[in-house]
Design a protein around this ligand. Structure first.
Ligand SMILES: Nc1ncnc2c1ncn2[C@@H]1O[C@H](COP(=O)(O)OP(=O)(O)OP(=O)(O)O)[C@@H](O)[C@H]1O
Ligand SMILES: [Mg+2]
Length: 312
């Protein structure tokens, strides 16, 4: 079964697609069979980063059942034989009729692809679709720039993702609660209140569900004077998530990235010694290191998890 890594952010344009494409390329170079999947609900463009301007098939063909198997949508990438692309849809996935169960089915198909790692580019924002796709991964990577608005948007994204994650624990159990799916909740406490009537164990379930929510952070476009903000961002998010928000890397603002985008190749491929490429390479190693224990743990018998406090 493939391990799924989702890449999300609160604010658009912070570099998710660039980071997703480069991580995918780097993991392929490290001998992993990688699929880069473009689930950008607001408009997909990962294929363009590899110069594939008009992919013959996209995820829409699968979602709308014009093709039976997800494999039929996979596109080889000439840059590396271990790397394949699942192009996103020209129209936005948000307009497709995708209730929770269908989204779950789509992700289940992802994990059954013949690959070691699927990197999923989620797209910006906090729509239900973006949050659901983000949360259906095994590992979560968030991206922000040191810009204060990006920091605040990421804080909001993580907060809403935590709420949505707790809500999903109830959604997947109880068909009736699909009705809750489109309701807005401002806090985890509100979700607990809404489900406690039918599930007296709601608080424990919420606590258990939050325990597995440990998003990672990549700070992109870092320049010398922005470092202080990075520290603030980490502090702010740690307060909310409760646990440790691991930083996988800080990618410098580097003109080599823009040059690479223009030549339709990941920067790690066309300028492997550029500062951004070196930092991306370290981030790929850090990501692999966080994935290794999980793969080992999967084989171990499970032990009862400790309680996680519910953030306000
Ligand atoms: N480290 C960097 N240094 C310099 N420029 C960068 C860097 N990272 C990204 N960029 C620039 O920012 C642009 C936007 O990046 P990208 O498309 O990856 O953002 P995104 O978060 O995927 O946006 P969207 O939310 O619209 O999907 C890139 O085309 C590139 O020019
Ligand atoms: Mg993008």
């Amino acid at each position: 079964m493939a391990t799924i890594v989702s890449i999300g952010s609160g604010k658009g344009g912070v570099g998710k697609s660039v980071i997703a494409a480069n991580l995918a390329m780097l993991l392929a170079k490290r001998g992993k069979r990688v699929v880069l999947a473009d689930l950008d609900v607001g408009g997909a463009d990962a294929h363009i980063l590899f110069g594939l301007l008009n992919p013959p098939r996209t995820l829409t063909d699968f979602v709308e059942r014009r093709v039976e198997r997800l494999e039929e949508v996979l596109q080889p990438i000439s840059a590396h034989p271990f790397l394949q692309l699942l192009p996103g849809t020209g129209d936005t996935l948000a307009t497709a009729n995708l209730p929770y169960a269908k989204k779950k089915r789509l992700i289940r198909h992802f994990s059954q692809l013949q690959a070691d790692i699927i990197i999923v580019d989620i797209g910006a924002g906090t729509s239900y679709h973006a949050l659901d796709f983000f949360l259906m991964a095994d590992h979560y990577v968030t991206v922000a720039t040191p810009d204060p608005t990006s920091v605040l948007d990421l804080y909001r994204f993580i907060k809403l993702a935590a709420i949505r994650r707790v809500l999903s624990a109830f959604l997947s159990r109880d068909a009736v609660s699909e009705a809750l799916s489109d309701r807005d909740f401002a806090s985890i406490e509100e979700v607990i209140q809404a489900v406690t009537e039918t599930d007296p164990n709601a608080r424990n379930t919420a606590s258990r569900t939050l325990q597995g929510f440990q998003p990672h952070l990549i700070v992109n476009r870092v320049s010398g004077k922005s470092r202080v903000n990075v520290l603030q961002l980490k502090k702010l998010l740690q307060e909310y998530v409760g646990g440790d928000l691991t930083t996988l890397g800080e990618i410098p603002d580097d003109p080599a990235v823009t040059r690479a985008v223009r030549s339709f190749l990941p920067v790690v491929e066309c300028e492997p010694t550029a500062p951004a490429s070196l930092a991306l390479s370290q981030a790929a190693d850090a990501l692999l290191a966080t994935m290794a224990p999980r793969i080992a743990v999967r084989a171990e018998p499970s032990t009862a998890p400790a309680q996680t406090p519910i953030p306000s």
